[in-house]
Design a protein around this ligand. Structure first.
Ligand code: MV4
Length: 494
């Protein structure tokens, strides 16, 4: 591999290019008209504009991207996450064009692209599944009988689903038929496939996922888990590795189950096996993501492997070169997604210009971003500005470092999820590790940030007076000027 095209934008495009550079591989960026000044365009050895801002006219144009790869003499394509990363047709076309797809085979992607297909594939591989059906429902009467046997509440899920679309909780038999029909029509409209199935509804689960790596010679290892339970409407906000709730025994069992899932799909490259974990730490396979994930850095920090480098080595046909026994957990890592969303206003996207943008620095802090002060947040794409990752020798240290890094992060011009991250890091349930996917609806109200913000404002106002008194006429007072947000004010005072 001599030249790699990155079929993506933003922080992940930069993330992949940095590793390619370290490996002596040239890089080609593709970009939309909205991204002319983007950092991934500047960082790459070459960059080609592929179309107007909307992703369906740029970053989703697989054929055009393959043409660009061939025209620039690239020999491989890395899809990043999102966009074309889980599109098996694209992976197939890349291969047919004589290029290396840095990811799994199109066949593995196809199996895991269907939830029913995935459940069927893993059923002979000793992987715990939520009790339910393993075929698309056809006959309502028959389905009702099965639901009765499983016991209510049950969950209706779309086979092609994602992000909770086509999902319905059914509490009793009287609601059953309407729920099935609703889920089917929603699935048809969203995915062009109305296949649905049912599962026992696991209430208040934890979301724990296992990172795996497989080579093209049949070697597969697990790189332990990430806990991703702090999410809102299927959007993860905080992730960490390892999980604070697993015992070494369950960790090993989940890791081995994840390896079995990968084996069932003859999987190679990096992949993630998602599990639901209930209060008694029973775990159930949910689905497999056949891409590098947003939250992969927390795994990198605790195992000491560069996952993009591993993906590239695997794509070149190299062997893993290490065994399961050689992979150990070192310390603890936490990631906060810094999004241009206002946590005080229902997490609504907040677009605009980054007036101040200064990232935290120092030991145990990693920032993956693709912005500079003065840049606009484009409205066409994901609202994630950055991933803030902290790591320490244990969870407590990683949490304290995250609090410090949030305080050191200076952003003005737009609202972000930083204050929400600060709220989570201070919350007793989070600190204790006693939380699940219901964390936000159970513990968070926007007023809590407002109160905090006002409290800080008061402290700030009080100290501002103090400072002014003490430092009148000196530089100390001048720092307090020109602040637009209370958070910023507080930070500058400290
Ligand atoms: C479930 C579940 C409870 N029981 N399945 C949501 C997205 C989809 N990929 C799977 N999801 C769930 N499946 C059963 N049988 C609860 C969820 C769920 C969830 C899962 C992981 C993380 C956050 C979630 C939020 C709501 C519901």
């Amino acid at each position: 591999m001599k030249k790699l095209l990155i079929a993506n934008r933003g922080e992940i495009a930069l993330r992949v290019m940095r590793t390619a550079k370290e490996m002596g591989i040239k890089t080609v960026a593709v970009y939309s008209e909205a991204d002319r000044k983007a950092l991934h365009v500047r960082y790459a050895d070459e960059a080609v504009c592929i179309g107007p801002p909307p992703s369906n006219q740029s970053y989703l144009l697989g054929d055009k991207i393959i043409e660009v790869a061939l025209a620039t003499g690239a020999d491989a394509i890395h899809p990043g996450y999102g966009f074309l990363s889980e599109n098996s047709h694209f992976a197939k076309k890349v291969k047919e064009a004589g290029l290396i797809f840095v990811g799994p085979s199109a066949e593995s992607m196809e199996i895991m692209g269907s939830k029913i297909g995935a459940k069927q594939a893993v059923s002979k591989f000793n992987v715990p599944l939520v009790p339910g059906t393993q075929e698309a429902l056809r006959d309502i009467k028959e389905a009702k009988k099965i639901a009765g046997t499983i016991g209510y509440p049950v969950l209706v899920k779309a086979s092609a689903g994602g992000g909770g679309k086509g999902m319905r909780v059914v509490n009793s038999e009287t609601e059953f038929e309407a729920a099935i029909k609703g889920a089917q029509s929603e699935a048809l409209a969203s995915f062009g496939d109305d296949s649905v199935f049912i599962e026992k509804f696991v209430s208040s689960p934890k979301h724990i996922e296992i990172q795996i790596l497989g080579d093209q010679h049949g070697n597969i290892v697990y790189l332990f888990e990430r806990e991703c339970s702090i999410q809102r409407r299927h959007q993860k906000l905080v992730e960490e590795a390892p999980s604070s709730c697993l015992t070494p025994e369950i960790r090993k069992k989940m890791g081995e189950a994840a390896v079995n899932v990968a084996k069932a799909a003859h999987y190679f490259s990096a992949g993630t096996v998602e599990f639901l974990v209930d209060e008694k730490l029973n775990f159930y396979f949910l689905e497999m993501n056949t891409r590098l994930q947003v939250e992969h850095p927390v795994t990198e920090q605790i195992v000491g492997l560069d996952l993009v480098k591993e993906q590239i080595r695997i794509a070149r046909g190299e062997k893993l070169g290490y065994t399961q026994d050689e992979i150990k957990i070192h310390g603890h890592a936490i990631e906060l997604r810094v999004c241009a969303e206002d946590p005080m206003n229902d997490f609504l996207p907040d677009i605009g210009k980054l007036i101040t943008y200064k990232t935290p620095q120092g030991y145990g802090v990693r920032v993956e971003d693709s912005f500079e002060a003065g840049m606009d947040i484009p409205i066409q794409y994901d609202p994630m500005i950055a991933k803030l990752i902290t790591f320490g020798s244990n969870r407590e240290e990683a949490i304290k470092r995250m609090i410090r890094a949030i305080a050191d992060y200076q952003i003005s011009g737009i609202e972000t999820t930083l204050p929400f991250g600060n709220f989570v890091m201070h919350h007793p349930s989070f600190v204790k590790g006693d939380f699940n996917t219901k964390f936000i609806e159970t513990h968070f109200k926007p007023e809590m940030l407002k109160q905090k913000s006002e409290a800080h404002n008061e402290i700030a106002a009080f100290s501002a007076g103090d400072l002014f008194f003490e430092y009148e006429g000196k530089q100390g007072a001048a720092i307090i000027e020109n602040t637009s947000s209370n958070w910023l004010l507080k930070r500058k005072m400290n």
